[in-house]
Design a protein around this ligand. Structure first.
Ligand SMILES: Cc1ncc(COP(=O)(O)O)c(C=O)c1O
Length: 279
């Protein structure tokens, strides 16, 4: 199944001679929307073969939610290692995850920073037995391959945009594009490590850097899940104009960034821009 593409009639793009389109990847699967489905798709088989999948995330992680649902839908057990302490009652995301059968464990923030290191993983294996390990955000080589399949669904566009959290979506998207196309990622985190993460994931997947891509670091609005009155006003205005409510953590920051860059004249006249609504 491919997700629909819709053109956005927006004077902020039109007055710069740009055409702007949205790819509604959020509509691709009811429980595993957008990049969650792309990233999990090729990880389902190895997870089923192991019987149990263990992954990591924050207490509000979309990835934890989606992985829990995938376990229930596709028949494997799931363990979610959550950053920080347990807070009761559980929030909506973790309540949903538990309802989907995920077992939750908590890891102090210091250890969590080293969660992918061998001694920490060994300790988890001692505790939980054998499992298939999916890194935080679901970004591994199989996830990058799933996101690369996006490339085949977006012919004809010049610049294809996505938000970046762990970088897996951009790593795959960029690798899947045709030679004349370029990918632009909008980091939702503060700091300038995202380029390195995207490149590391491409090397892990393909043994080399692939595609024409760049990370735009100027639209994180203070960092992960941080928001400002300006961002909130942008989300409200976008909903009024287009009837689409952007999520404040990822897609709103990307869309804000696209309009800001357009306004600065960053895209040549006639550029066809496609923004992926990743969830
Ligand atoms: C809706 C949405 N968009 C984008 C991202 C970021 O994707 P990635 O971690 O692959 O950079 C996420 C997080 O996984 C997400 O939930």
């Amino acid at each position: 199944m491919t997700s629909p593409v819709v053109e956005l009639a927006d004077d902020r793009a039109a007055r710069r001679g740009l055409r702007l389109f949205l790819k509604r990847d959020d509509l691709i699967h009811p429980e595993l929307p957008g990049n969650k489905w792309r990233k999990l798709k090729h990880n389902l088989e190895p997870a089923r073969a192991h019987g149990t999948l263990l992954t990591f995330g924050g207490a509000y992680s979309n990835h934890i939610r989606a992985t829990a649902a995938a376990g229930k839908l596709f028949g494997f057990a799931t363990i979610g290692v959550i950053r920080g302490e347990e807070h009761l009652p559980l929030n909506d995301s973790l309540t949903y995850a538990e309802r989907m059968g995920m077992r939750l464990a908590y890891m102090d923030r210091t250890t969590y920073r080293r969660k992918h290191e061998p001694d920490v993983v060994d300790a988890l294996r001692d505790q939980w037995g054998d499992f298939y390990l999916l890194p935080e955000g679901g970004s591994n080589a199989l996830a990058v391959q799933g996101c690369a399949e996006l490339g085949a669904e977006v012919p004809g566009f010049d610049v294809i945009c996505c938000p970046c959290g762990t970088g897996g979506t951009l790593a795959g998207l960029a690798a899947g594009l045709a030679p004349h196309q370029r990918a632009l990622g909008f980091s939702v985190l503060k700091g300038n490590f995202m380029d390195g993460e995207v490149e590391r994931l491409q090397r892990e997947t393909y043994g080399e850097r692939r595609g024409d891509w760049r990370v735009e670091g100027g639209f994180h609005f203070g960092g992960y899940a941080k928001r400002t009155p300006e961002l909130d006003a942008f989300i409200d205005d976008f909903a009024d104009r287009h009837g689409i409510v952007l999520d404040p953590i990822y897609t709103a920051k990307m869309m804000f960034g696209i309009f800001a860059l357009a306004d600065r004249g960053a895209f040549p006249n006639g550029t066809q821009i496609l923004a992926i609504i990743t969830g």
